[in-house]
Design a binder for this molecule. Structure first.
Ligand code: FDA
Length: 454
């Protein structure tokens, strides 16, 4: 049995936990980070698959993600823009394929105007609701009691406009069907990324990538923390009282500390035994916070053949199995890479198939977007976060209907010596690397402030 004593023990070596540990260290506190996996980075994971560098998890940064961009720079990393020259492709419900330029899906003028009207309405409401405390808005209870799909039906008779507007937050962000989350949750996601317009603008949300991969943010933070990061150390039990905590991890590791930061997604708190148990309300609350689900499919080709055809590689469909595709070629690479997304109910249908059938279905869809050359990639890979024991979904965790007003106001509060940091608890940058970093910084600042009062 190894017993370690530290000022603060951090559970989880994702961007949030490693940021918290780094900030606490800067303030002169001693830390230990316990990570269940044999790697750092959590939902950011830059893999080597058959000699191809693949961003298995989080990869893009938007101009609104200023905390993440600042940390990337501070760590000496550089970013590059996604290839986006040329025409995009839209696969319509009737099987037709259209090439188009600019943002948004192609639509007749009247429908385009209706989409713009709905987005302007959502922009105004998102600005009012804000990113940090949506539950405090005077209309929060009303907006949290209605599914986003029904809220849209009340605003517009135009089904195509509704489906299009819904797509930007349902399939593309929360990765849950629009009837399962509230209008308030949709507005919070929009406010947290700047506006609803931002969600509807792929050149904003999917603006920059880190050269060499997003996981390097965590790897560089961990390198500075050195031997204080313990891999392969899943935390199973947290004993806590006002006097401090003792955290028990596999490998006979025991860490005694004044404080613990739980930097894991909220759906995983229930995998840890708390002694004494968490307050009743928190046990209830966490059952109303669940992961969405999306599969990332990667296809690497000898060349980015679509560029020669005047295609950007960007494509959308609200009915076909791969609902979004993007050119995901690495910086300076000679080959070409595409990434596609299969979200929520489409992902359920996808995983009902066997591996060969899935691959065929995904590649057939890429053929519809890009042409016959897409049928035969050199590397094909599926990012399946639903099977990852230490995540269990993608991209992030959100409240179910009504959960935000019922539980939101205290879901970030510490409990005795236990603090909570994770992108899924963030305001600004919610569910993104930016939010993870902001939460890590905020929790570290709160612990330092509390200690200075003692
Ligand atoms: P994160 O989940 O990353 O880290 C938590 C850590 O805790 C993990 O390392 C886990 O192993 C560990 N852990 C869990 N239980 C434990 C236990 N009991 N004991 C010890 N350790 C434990 N974001 C973005 O900004 N741009 C993007 O393009 C994308 N795209 C994207 C795609 C996909 C497929 C996914 C899955 C996610 C994204 N994201 C994203 C989201 C982004 O990756 C995510 O918000 C951050 O990684 C969250 O960082 P955290 O540190 O909060 O949690």
């Amino acid at each position: 049995m190894a017993v370690i004593s530290r000022d603060v023990v951090i559970v989880g070596a994702g961007p949030s936990g490693l940021t918290a540990a780094t900030e606490l260290r800067k303030s002169g506190l001693t830390v230990a980070v316990l990570e269940a996996r044999d790697r750092v980075g959590g939902r950011t994971w830059t893999g080597d698959i058959d000699n191809a560098m693949i961003e298995i998890g989080g990869q893009w940064l938007s101009p609104h993600h200023t905390a993440a961009l600042a940390l990337v720079r501070e760590l000496g990393l550089e970013t590059f823009s996604r290839y986006r020259d040329g025409e995009s492709v839209y696969l319509a419900a009737d099987g037709t394929r259209q090439q188009f330029v600019g943002e948004g899906f192609p639509a007749p003028a009247e429908t385009a105007a209706e989409i713009n009207r709905l987005i302007a309405l959502l922009d105004d409401l998102a600005a009012e609701v804000g990113a940090e405390a949506p539950w405090a808005h005077p209309r929060a209870a009303e907006l949290d009691s209605v599914p986003f799909s029904i809220w849209l039906e009340r605003q517009s008779d135009n089904e195509y406009a509704r489906e299009t507007v819904s797509f930007f937050v349902a399939g593309a962000m929360l990765t849950k069907p629009a009837h399962t989350f509230s209008a308030l949750q949709a507005l919070h996601m929009a406010a947290a990324q700047g506006s609803y317009t931002a969600l509807a603008t792929d050149t904003f949300m999917l603006d920059k990538r880190v050269i060499g991969g997003m996981q390097q943010v965590s790897q560089r933070l961990a390198a500075s923390l050195g031997a204080d990061v313990h891999l392969g150390a899943p935390v199973r039990r947290v004993q806590w009282s006002d006097a401090g905590v003792t955290v028990f991890a596999d490998g006979d590791l025991e860490v005694r500390a004044d404080r613990v930061v739980l930097a894991v997604p909220p759906n995983l708190y229930s995998a840890i035994s708390f002694d004494p148990p968490l307050p009743r309300r928190r046990h209830q609350m966490y059952q109303h916070m669940s992961f969405g689900f999306v599969v990332k499919v990667h296809a690497v080709y000898d060349t980015p053949f679509w560029r020669e055809k005047g295609l950007s590689g960007t494509g959308f469909s609200d009915t076909d199995i791969v609902s979004e595709v993007y050119d995901n070629t690495n910086h300076g690479a000679d080959n070409g890479a595409m990434v596609g997304f299969i979200a929520h109910e489409q992902a359920d249908a996808y995983f009902a198939m066997g591996p060969a059938e899935r691959k065929r279905a995904a590649l057939d869809c890429l053929v519809r977007y890009l042409g016959p050359e897409a049928a035969d990639p050199v590397v094909f890979y599926e990012s399946d976060w639903g099977s990852e024991e230490w995540t269990r979904g993608a991209y992030g965790v959100s409240f179910d209907l009504g959960g935000m007003t019922r539980y939101g106001h205290d879901h970030r509060d510490p409990i005795g010596p236990m603090h909570f940091a994770c992108s899924d608890l963030a305001g600004h940058g919610f569910q993104h690397v930016d939010g993870a970093i902001r939460m890590g910084q905020a929790v570290a600042a709160a612990i330092v402030a509390q200690r200075s009062l003692v």
